[in-house]
Design a protein around this ligand. Structure first.
Ligand SMILES: Cc1cc2nc3c(=O)[nH]c(=O)nc-3n(C[C@H](O)[C@H](O)[C@H](O)COP(=O)(O)OP(=O)(O)OC[C@H]3O[C@@H](n4cnc5c(N)ncnc54)[C@H](O)[C@@H]3O)c2cc1C
Length: 257
């Protein structure tokens, strides 16, 4: 997350107005924001959101941008954590028409563009899907030929089928694009006849779903710290170039690993 020219100077705080709120799961909401003066972003970048209480107390958290580059509005998808100071406010309290302060885009390392090519291997857990979804949405908007030349796979870990964020959109993307595969693993409550993986992401799973190292995939891993560390370690053991593996850690414990 260094080396970005935009990060060399302070980034201005802007006011975002909530245009729409989308319920993704029982604990996850997407905020679609109008942000006048937004300078544009790359898939994978994030913003800082700042909340100010009436007594002047301020607190900030980072949230990945779910919308692809070029969208007129900025989408943030936020999972409510138990006792989470900021996430519970954003998920439970914020209403359409309300405003939040945010600054960005931030991050120059965990980014991908169709110009970077593929194959594109995305590995995520829980809300770690958010920046990966921006990449998939960006890829989906590319011309057919470019997309086909850039095959993508997503390995996505969720606790249960109900908790799969963007479930319908992911199914639609995979159903309408032969060059995209979406592989789910459900770590806690797989449905009775679930045919897929039903355990945390591990080395054997990564070896099964990822292209061979000789294909030189661009790999992005995002989620809670344990998932990211497990996956990154396993990928290095499987001989993927360490420089081809980009990681983003969302927090101390994260969602399912
Ligand atoms: C670059 C970046 C991008 C992020 N993008 C997103 C995103 O798109 N969507 C999203 O929902 N979150 C995202 N996060 C996480 C987010 O910044 C906050 O950490 C999260 O919302 C918790 O904040 P809180 O104030 O609600 O919880 P806090 O009040 O800070 O913490 C409450 C409790 O939860 C624990 N905790 C804190 N953060 C996490 C976490 N991430 N996972 C599990 N436990 C945690 C704390 O240790 C504490 O016990 C991102 C983090 C980073 C660094």
């Amino acid at each position: 997350m260094t080396g970005d020219v935009a990060e060399a100077r302070p980034i201005a705080w802007r006011i975002g107005t909530v245009h729409e709120i989308i319920a993704e799961t029982s604990r996850v909401r997407t905020l679609v924001l109008d942000v006048p003066g937004w300078p544009g972003h790359r898939a994978g970048q994030h913003v800082d959101v700042r909340l100010t209480a009436e007594d002047g107390y301020q607190t900030e958290r980072s949230y990945s941008i779910a919308s692809p580059p070029g969208d007129p509005r900025i989408s943030l998808t936020i999972e409510r954590l138990e006792d989470g100071e900021v996430s519970s406010y954003l998920v439970d309290e914020l209403r359409e028409g309300d405003t939040v302060e945010l600054r960005g885009p931030i991050g120059g390392h965990f980014v991908w563009s169709v110009r970077d090519g593929g194959p594109l291997m995305l590995v995520g857990g829980g809300s770690g899907i958010v920046p990966l979804m921006a990449m998939l949405r960006h890829r989906a908007s590319a011309p057919d030929g470019v997309r086909r030349a850039t095959p993508a796979r997503l390995l996505y870990s969720s606790r249960s089928w109900r908790e799969v964020i963007y479930r319908d959109e992911l199914a639609h993307l995979a159903d309408t694009d032969d060059s995209l595969r979406v592989i789910h693993t459900l770590t806690r409550e797989p449905p009775p006849s679930w045919p897929g993986y039903a355990r945390r992401i591990d080395r054997a799973m990564l070896a099964e779903v990822t292209w061979p190292a000789s294909a030189h995939p661009h790999i992005y891993v995002c989620g809670g710290t344990p998932l990211v560390e497990t996956a990154a370690k396993a990928l290095v053991e499987l001989d993927y170039e360490p420089t081809s593996i980009r990681t983003e850690r969302f927090g101390p414990t994260g969602g399912p690993a």
